[in-house]
Design a binder for this molecule. Structure first.
Ligand code: MSP
Length: 507
């Protein structure tokens, strides 16, 4: 689970490379981690949620140079775009770490010194393949027949003096750690891949580079900069103020959300670095799949990258978040298309938006914008369904199955719509006003639950719902504070917009 011992959890996203601008894949990682963090907060946990930018390395240095910019001004400008991405998607991070910040640089140097003092680092010579786009070393047998990296990027032959980390020494301890923590990785099938990689043998890892300067200098050796992945991974503890109170509070409940392309760094190298430093590995790794465009990987060179800012401008953050979270099971890959996004956005409008609108307008017209004065019929089966729905959402803290949680919410809204249609309060009001009042009470109460449940997925619309109902308690345990008969409601307003499904626009 999002390790929640002592009612706390620490959730991170990867820190994003600033060599280019954000794309929808970055928005996806952010939104997944954000939804998990929001669920944990609604469960009453103390949450620390951190994201940020990975700003060093040869890739960033080359990109800056290609634009004729200094790396420092280039990273400042691009890091800001990733910060903006967070606000645009209503990501509720508590901190934003940049690897060029002194708090991080000091921590990385301290971490290096610690590994060095424990004899985990030695000087050697690296000769082999390096892929700048992946910032990764590859063995000959990992390259494709046409000599590209496993991700399809060009590789370069590198021969240089380098510091090495004694990774091979940690193979056995890693295998023991995996065996003792069978829930370390979600989804489970990823674990097999990790285990067979480690089982096949680990070579010591080159952890410094020379020949360029854009990185954190190796303490005491100005010819080398620290390998960008060692630098980047340490962000997870530098954001906690390594060796501070927050480290004690949050490190043992750390959950990293990462894409499937970077599992090796998080499931193998990072735990090994930590074990070597005498620290515990993270408790949980949540590995998500990739969004494709027309079945193809999105890339700058193909020119098929979906712009995450443009999506929100056209559809609003709720629709895009809801699409990303509900359209593809966690861990799978999927296609992003205009039609599937519109279908998902319209599902929100048709099922939830429409329900809220008709009930709120009815209450405003027939009950003087107040909760009807009835004795609350709390034994109605819709309330049992709502409790079951809440359990599914809470289960997210374990399983990351956002698509199941969102469909349980939609099913609750659909069942409430069916119930309203069957009672037809617009007719009943003329012949049996108590029945009409009771049905509006039940519907308003379920709408309140829907507003609370939707907060991790569609925060803007959820807030509009709860504001219209004028309720204060918004965490999961507030479900039990049922609406008081006679409680004054706010102005009805549209919660979720509908989009034209017939339109042949593309993304
Ligand atoms: N800087 C490293 C991470 C260091 S963490 C210590 C990095 N950055 S990245 O910017 O390339 O990628 C960050 C995240 O974006 C990864 O989790 C990656 O999986 C995700 N995505 C990038 N493209 C994606 C899609 N097309 N679809 C879904 N997510 C993808 O790796």
């Amino acid at each position: 689970m999002l390790q929640a011992d002592k009612g706390r959890c620490y959730i991170t996203t990867p820190i994003y490379y600033v060599n280019s601008v954000p794309h929808v894949g970055h928005a996806y990682t952010n939104v997944l981690a954000d939804a998990a963090a929001r669920v944990a907060r609604l469960m009453g946990m103390e949450v620390k949620f951190v994201t940020g930018t990975d700003e060093h390395g040869q890739k960033v240095e080359r990109s800056a140079k290609a634009l004729g910019k200094l790396p420092s001004e280039f990273v400042d400008a691009n890091s800001l775009l990733f910060r903006n991405l967070c606000s645009c998607y209503l990501v509720s991070n508590d901190d934003f770490i940049r690897t060029t910040q002194p708090r991080h640089i000091n921590c990385v140097k301290g971490f290096w010194d610690l590994l060095k003092s424990r004899d985990e680092i030695y000087m050697g010579k690296y000769s082999g393949w390096y892929c700048v786009r992946d910032e990764s070393f590859y063995q000959e047998h990992e390259l494709s027949p046409n000599g590209l990296s496993p991700t399809g990027a060009p590789v370069e032959w590198v021969e240089e003096e380098s510091y090495f980390f004694r990774l091979s020494k940690w193979q056995k301890s890693l295998m023991e750690f995996y065996a003792e923590n069978p829930d370390f990785i979600v989804p489970k099938h990823m674990f097999g891949e990790v285990i067979s990689f480690v089982k096949s043998g680990l070579e010591d890892l080159s952890i410094s580079r020379s020949g360029f300067h854009w990185g954190i200098g190796v303490p005491g050796d100005s010819k080398h900069v620290i390998y960008v992945w060692l630098d980047a991974l340490v962000n997870y503890i530098s954001a906690l103020g390594y060796l501070s109170d927050d480290m004690d509070k949050f490190w043992s409940v750390a959950s990293h959300m990462v894409g499937k392309d970077i599992w090796r760094f998080h499931a193998v190298y990072w735990p090994a670095f930590l074990l070597a430093a005498g620290l515990k590995p993270p408790r949980r790794l949540m590995v998500h799949g990739w969004w494709m465009k027309d079945g193809q990987k999105m890339s700058k060179s193909t020119g098929n990258v979906v712009d995450p800012f443009d999506l929100v401008e056209r559809f609003g953050s709720d629709a895009v978040r809801y699409f990303l979270l509900s359209d593809m099971p966690f861990g799978n890959d999927g296609n992003i298309t205009y039609n599937s996004l519109v279908r998902k956005a319209n599902e929100l409008a048709d099922k939830v938006g429409n329900l809220v609108q008709r009930v709120m307008f009815f209450a405003s017209k027939h009950f003087n914008s107040s909760v009807p004065e009835v004795s609350p019929p709390l034994d109605h089966p819709l309330f049992a369904q709502s409790c079951a729905c809440l359990e599914v959402i809470k289960g997210l803290v374990q399983s990351m199955q956002f698509n199941l949680a969102t469909s349980a919410i939609m099913e609750l809204a659909a069942a409430t719509n069916r119930y309203l249609d069957s009672v037809a309060p617009w007719k009943a009001i003329k012949v049996n006003s108590t029945k009409a009042a009771e049905s509006i009470y039940i519907s308003l109460e379920i709408i309140r639950h829907l507003g609370i449940y939707l907060q991790p997925f569609t925060p803007e619309g959820a807030q509009k719902i709860l504001d219209q109902l004028q309720v204060e308690g918004r965490i999961f345990s507030s479900i039990s504070n049922c609406l008081t008969p006679g409680h004054k409601l706010g102005q009805p307003s549209i919660v979720f917009r509908k989009f034209d499904a017939e339109c042949s626009l593309t993304l």
